[in-house]
Write a protein of this length. Sequence first.
Length: 282
Amino acid sequence: MYTVDQLNDKLIDLAFSEDIGDGDHTTLCCIPENAMGKSRLLIKEEGILAGMRIAKEIFHRFDPTMQVEQFMEDGTHVKPGDVPMIVTGKVRSLLQTERLMLNVMQRMSGIATMTNKYVQRLEGTNTRVLDTRKTTPGMRMLEKEAVKIGGGCNHRIGLFDMILLKDNHIDFAGGIANALDRCAAYQKEKGLNLKVEIECRTFDEIKQVMAHGGADRIMLDNFSIEDTKKAVELINHKFETESSGGITYDTLRQYAECGVDFISVGALTHSVKGLDMSFKAC
């Protein structure tokens, strides 16, 4: 399994290969090889800054001689006119790294901004907002990093770091008890100690999980606000609780006030508008 840094390196390499190919012929034809310059990152929209760490990796991986003067950290609330960094280096390098850096930073900042909006909506409750696996292929680590920068929490990273028995797993396994029994046997056989979450669609399924045991968290799938409150009272802190499915920014607070521990929101990563910014010569 790859480390986070290795995955980031692979993503950067793939992105440069995709964008530059056999050469940035526009830059190569009109910019002298030894020309030096500066570019500044200019914020054009209010939000939460994210992606400074990976931006510096992009610059240094492409051209180790590029110098980054950083004025703001990830997680900073930014507004139009702010300049988080100025980069000095070969003009060819500035031009060839510009789009990848902006693509990553705009998306990460958009995710952090959206997440922060949801986190603020939950202020005063004990509920935490979670991301999901509904991420851009290849960019999951960066998108989940952006969720944390925005104040949210990461759910499982992938299929390897937590067991989540969803409706299809339960149905194919032949029911709640069978799924949980096979889960326990598998973990014992493989020497694993992964956290187990199970999705429940009805009150009867909740009761089955509570009677059986073997799970750490119950996911309340597409429960109404009224039924969520009843479910939380039924579970009574014997398991962690998570609401999921069809929850919007407008209904978020009402679900939190039911007393759930977590609310998972796919929109944090799958329906985000990038934060507007530009990278211009200075």
